[in-house]
Every structure is written in C-alpha cells, then in structure tokens.
Ligand binder design. Structure first.
Ligand code: DMJ
Length: 625
C-alpha cells in the first residue's frame, strides 16, 4: 500500500514535469504560433503536403525505382521486401487521390507490363499483403471504374491478375495446424518460416469477391478464428504465437506493436463485408482492451492471462487507436488519448518508437521515428469527426516537423533519435502510402473535401497501409447477392445480373443469417450488379457515418469547437468505459499508472523466444507489425 502511494506520488510528480516540459517544448522546438490554422493556411498546407509527396515520390522514381525503397540521403535505391518496385505500388492510390492521372496511368501500365512474382525470395506475408496486395487491389479498383474519375481506358485487369497470382503464392503460408499463417513465405517454392499474421482479411476478402474464388477469404478468416480461439479468459490476445502448437510465445497483450491491426481489421472487415462474426469478435476484443489495457488516457501492455501490467510504454504504433475508436463511435476516449499521444510528439518534434510512461522518457532502444503515419491518421479521423480546429493545428505541427527535421536531399529520412533529430538514410514506402496521404486528406477536409475519399462515389475503408477499399456492391454486397442466387433462385435467375434496370429485379428475400459460404460458382464478377438489391443501398446497409457536425463551410476552420452530434455504425457494448469530460490541452487529470512490473529495452521486449520463432526478426519487422 505504501509502495503504491509512493508510486502514485512519483507518478504525479513525473506527470507534472512531463506536462510542463511538453508545453514549453511546444513553443521552443517548433515555434508554433498560438493562432489556429485559418482556411487560407489550410489550403497552403494542403499544397505544401502535395509538394512533400512529389519531393519523395520523384526522389524515389529518379533514384531508386524499380528497387523497393529509396535511400533519401544518399539518393540511391534498395530492395527491402521482394524487389518489386514496392514504393511505386504503395504510392498508386495516393497518386489517384491527388488527381495525378498521368502518373497514376503510367505507373499502372508499367506495373501491368513489368511486374512478376515468380521470384525466389522469402517475404513477410503481412507486409506483402498490406503493402503489395493492398496496393494492387486498391489501384485496380480505381483504374477499372469510371465512377472514380481515374479509369484507364486501356486497363485490362492487369493488377487484379497480379494480385491473384501473388495471393496464390502466399497460400502455402496458411497451411498450418492452427490456420494461422507463417510469418513469411517463399514466393517461388512456397517454403514458409516463422509465425505471424491474422490481419489479412481485408485484402484477401476483397480479392475473393473480385475473383469469385472463396479460398482467399476463407484462409484469412480462418486465421482470425485461429487466433481468437486462443484468446485468454480475459479476452486478450498475446503478441506472438506458435502456428503449429497454438501456444503463445509472447503473452504481452496491447494495442500497439505486433497486435495493432488485428483489432483494426476486425472492425473494418465487418464494415466492408458486413460479416457480423467480425463485429462480434471486435466488440469482445475492444471491450476487453478498454478494460484491461486502457489507463486513461494511455494504454499499457499487460500479461494476457493475469492482466498484470508488464510494459508501461506508449509505442508509436498505438497511435492508430484513436482513429479506430472514431470509426467505432467511441470518440471521447479517442480525444483524450490523442491529446496524450500528441503531447509526446510536441515534446520531441516526433514520436519515438517507445516512450516509457514510468520514467517519462524515451524508451531505451526505441528512439527512432521511421516516418510513421499512425498519429496523423488518428488526427485526420478526429478532425473528420469533430471539426475541432485543434486537429488542423496538430497537422501544421506534423508538417513543420517533417519539413524541418526529416526532409533530406531526395525524399524524407527516418529519424534515428528523436532527441537528437539525427537522420537515417531510409524511407519506408508507407510514408507515401499513408503518412502524406492522411496529412493531405486532413487539410483537404478543411479546404473543400473534394476528393475521392470524402466526396467520391463510394464510402471507403482504409486498409492498415492506407489503401482505399471501396464499399462497392461488388465487394460489400457480394454475400447477399450470392446467397440470393445460390439459395433462392433457379440458376437462370443470373440473367438479371446483366441488367442495370431496377424494374427487372424480382422481390427477393435476403438471407442475412445464412452461414452458407456466399459464393456460388455461377456468380459472375462484373461491375454490373449495381442495382440488384435496390432495397440495400450502401447507406441503408452500412450507414457508415462518423461523428459529424452540421454541414461545414470553408470558414468552419476558424470556428471554435462545434457541438458534436454522435452517430456511428457500431455501438460498443463495453459499459466499463468511464466517460470523462473532454480534456483541453495537456492538462489530463487521469490517474497515473500505478502497478509497474517489468521494463527494459526493445530487445528485451521482443526477446530470444521471438528471435527463434521469427527468422526475419529485425527492428523493422518487430516495429512494423
Ligand atoms: C504500416 O505498414 C502499417 O500502418 C502497419 O499497420 C503498421 N506499420 C506501418 C506504419 O507504421
């Protein structure tokens, strides 16, 4: 008890120092003015972000292409994944979003003609899926659809063919007793090694619905089931699992490193596919995370069985969580957590990979900022939800840090040490796929929102790599259509598929409860199914709405925080989340974390056990997943 009290005191003191350092460093390090971002400045910032994109993209194309990634200090290239022009593939839908028809078209055409996956290389299943498969699929969906305004007339499904080929090469990785895939796979021989995965549902599910081959969706869903079946009695999952025995080899449960997108894909798979199994798992998993991991406004890592805190660390991958919470409709804790996470950014000008909540300092061995998007992503979602101008101010801080600290001759450099602002000669492809994309979207929302995502023909889900996956009927309503054709109608009913005329569509009963796999062999995959379920528009079926203020005008960016009307697609069932008044600035009144056991360096955290299981374990892999 005494120990607890003294811990509490120490925490209180540390926290106070932290807050005051945070506030002073804000002014000292970044020179941020007290004035908010006005509409004119928002437009300037949006244009500056566009220039940032081209500085990095052109730097890649001129110095590194067709190698995977750019070394922006030395202006060279390097193969970091499979040697297949990774950065170009990861950049495709950002090019489309920026309205760059010429570069989008030439890039798609080059990839269609030159890319092949018959490569004798062992690659990470997770990274290949989210960066390459996701990049190809989102670009395919844009290039093949005139509603996007970016259709390429000569395009003949080349990227979809490539995506299917790539996914088939990854299928052997799922051939494990648990259904949970290996961490990596050899593209030519199907030799697999190491554990990992469980966040592949969006890309594999979209591919199944575009190719009418259920195998991809099945294996990815099976992997999620395999992981969830092994959850602890607290409904928590650990960080690493042996895919043969199903034993957890790293039992630290958290929302960041190694687990983050597991949560993300549960909710997003539900939104995109309407499969309620994902929603059910998400609600259980989210409720448990909020109960056991949330130390308002921070999150800790705990032992998945006992719930004891093992890592009182904010790791930068956690910063996607407030964005996910917006999508889930749980906005109040998202606001508080974003404020806390952003205070770390302001203190250092970047977020370190790890920030220790007990010592209130950068976690030993986790000093770098590899251009990660997560905090910016959440800032975009919170601005979208609240239109609170503080998020534009945060955006301006992000731009300032990147421009002054990370910009280097041919692109943007990793920061090896957020305290020294030392640059490293590397630029991850996700800088162009995500970091710049979310920044640009943030300012575009404040200017005119006239972009594919916010004002396009479809609602979009972002993959964990920021790739755009649209809620088209072909993807989102495939289940209902297929159930209908397979379950209720004679085969010749498929003649209706060629019709765009709603009047020819018979009244149908949709089988929402069927567990029968949705695909029917005669189900053709064309873009012509629009209108077949006239009673199930996107809005009706998914009603994907965020927490939005009244229709905003341009001058809204000047306005103080509007009254928030909360609407959401998902009602999170967790009743244990205590609602607190919204924090202002950095004066969080949350209780400091009291129970601390464990600690240590990044390498301690991943440990030898992990090294043995994951042959490709290196800093990048550990922090990327
Ligand atoms: C990206 O590859 C994805 O966002 C992934 O989910 C996590 N790691 C990086 C960005 O930090």
């Amino acid at each position: 008890m005494i120990l607890m009290e003294s811990n509490k005191l120490r925490w209180g003191l540390c926290y106070a120092i932290f807050i005051s350092l945070t506030l002073s460093s804000l002014v000292r390090d970044l020179g941020v003015s007290a004035e908010g971002v006005n509409p004119h400045e928002a437009k300037q910032l949006r244009d500056e972000v566009r220039e940032m994109f081209y500085h990095a993209f052109d730097g890649y194309m001129n110095n590194a292409f067709p190698l995977d990634e750019l070394k922006p200090l030395s202006c060279q290239g390097e193969d970091t994944l499979g040697g297949y022009a990774l950065t170009l593939i990861d950049s495709l839908d950002t090019l489309a979003l920026l309205g760059d028809r010429e570069s989008f078209t030439s890039s798609v055409q080059w990839i269609g003609k030159n890319l092949q996956f018959n490569i004798n290389k062992t690659v990470s299943v997770f990274e290949t899926t989210i960066r390459v498969l996701g990049g190809l699929l989102s670009a395919h969906l844009i290039a093949s659809d005139c509603a996007t305004g970016m259709r390429i007339p000569s395009y003949d499904n080349e990227l979809l063919v490539l995506a299917e080929d790539l996914a088939r090469r990854m299928l052997p990785a799922f051939d494990t007793p648990t259904g949970i895939p290996y961490g990596s796979v050899n593209l030519m021989y199907g030799i697999t090694s190491t554990a990992g995965g469980g966040t592949l549902t969006l890309e594999f599910g979209v591919l199944s619905r575009l190719t009418n081959d259920p195998v991809f969706e099945q294996v990815a869903k099976n992997a999620v089931r395999g992981l969830w079946a092994r959850r602890s009695t607290l409904d928590l999952v650990g960080a690493h699992i042996n895919v043969f025995t199903g034993e957890w080899t790293q039992k630290d449960a958290g929302i960041g490193t190694s687990i983050d997108s597991f949560y993300e894909y549960l909710l997003k798979a539900y939104i995109l596919f309407g499969d309620e199994e994902y929603l059910y798992i998400f609600q259980e998993a989210y409720g448990s995370a909020m109960h056991h991991l949330h130390k308002d406004p921070w999150y800790v890592e705990v032992n998945m069985d006992s719930g004891a805190i093992v890592w009182p660390v904010f790791n930068s991958l956690q910063a996607f969580w407030p964005g996910l919470q917006v999508l889930a409709g749980d906005v109040d804790p998202a606001i508080r957590t974003h404020t806390a996470f952003f205070s770390v950014w302001k203190r250092y000008g970047f977020t370190p990979e790890g920030f220790n909540l007990a010592t209130l300092s950068v976690q030993y061995g986790q000093k770098s900022y590899p251009l990660r998007p997560e905090l910016i992503e959440s800032t975009y979602w919170l601005y979208k939800a609240t239109r609170d101008p503080r998020y534009l101010d945060a955006g301006r801080d992000f731009v300032a840090s990147l421009q002054y600290g990370a910009k280097c001759p041919c692109g943007y450099c990793h920061i090896t040490d957020v305290e020294l602002h030392k640059q490293e000669d590397h630029m991850e492809s996700f800088f162009l796929a995500e970091t710049v994309k979310y920044l640009w979207l943030l300012f575009d929302l404040a200017v005119d929102s006239d972009n594919l995502v916010d004002n396009g023909p479809y609602k979009y889900i972002f993959s964990t790599e920021g790739h755009l996956l649209p809620l088209t009927p072909q993807i989102s309503l495939a289940r209902e259509h297929c159930s209908y054709f397979g379950g209720y109608c004679p085969r010749n009913a498929t003649k209706f598929e060629q019709s765009n005329d709603d009047h020819q569509v018979p009244e149908i009963e949709l089988d929402h409860h069927s567990n029968i796999y949705p695909y029917h062999e005669s189900f053709p995959v064309t873009g012509l199914i629009k209108g077949l379920c006239p009673r199930l528009s996107h809005a009706q079926k998914y009603g994907l709405s965020y927490v939005l203020p009244e229709k905003t005008e341009r001058e809204d960016v000047k306005r103080p925080k509007p009254v928030i009307t909360s609407r959401s697609i998902v009602l999170v069932s967790d009743q244990t989340v205590e609602k607190r008044p919204q924090e202002e600035g950095f004066t969080s009144e949350s209780e400091p974390i009291m129970s601390i056991s464990g600690g240590g360096s990044s390498s301690d955290q991943t440990g030898q056990e992990l090294t043995l299981l994951e042959s490709e374990t290196d800093d990048k892999r550990v922090y990327s997943s």
